[in-house]
Design a protein around this ligand. Sequence first.
Ligand code: THU
Length: 158
Amino acid sequence: MEQKITTSYHRFEHWNELDVSDIELVDKAYLVSENAYAPYSKFHVGAAVRLDSGEVVTGSNQENVAYPSGLCAERVALFYVGANFPDQSVETICIVAKGDLLPKEKILSPCGACRQVMLETETRQRKAYRVILVSQNGVTIVFNSAEDLLPLAFGITE
Ligand code: THU
């Protein structure tokens, strides 16, 4: 019997329709994308994570001449949370990409490896968190759970 998997998200025409605390995350994600070390891809990504304490942790992609040694922005930020705030929960993550390599109206969708880490962060803290993705011209999509981005994730299923 055929089964269907569905996922859902909220779409906004512009991030300025979000709550102030979410707008702050968008701003911080763009700001930290300026710190991306991306001489090889020239693709600049920023991630801003709000913890349940209200504290915001950020990360940008960091590349290396030995390509696989580099790390995506989301994982830089989430691993920093794990390393420094192991007892706090992630409440929201915002991920952005800045630059000419991405058309202004297109939204960066996180890579598979980052989704796996985003999901495990959620499993570990036993609480869903929101994922905000935005395009440079403002279009915004909001997922209520990291799980929505990785159905049938690695593990034992069915
Ligand atoms: N990158 C991220 O930082 N996050 C993603 O979700 C996808 C890709 C980075 C990795 C690499 O430095 C550059 O973007 C091009 O792949």
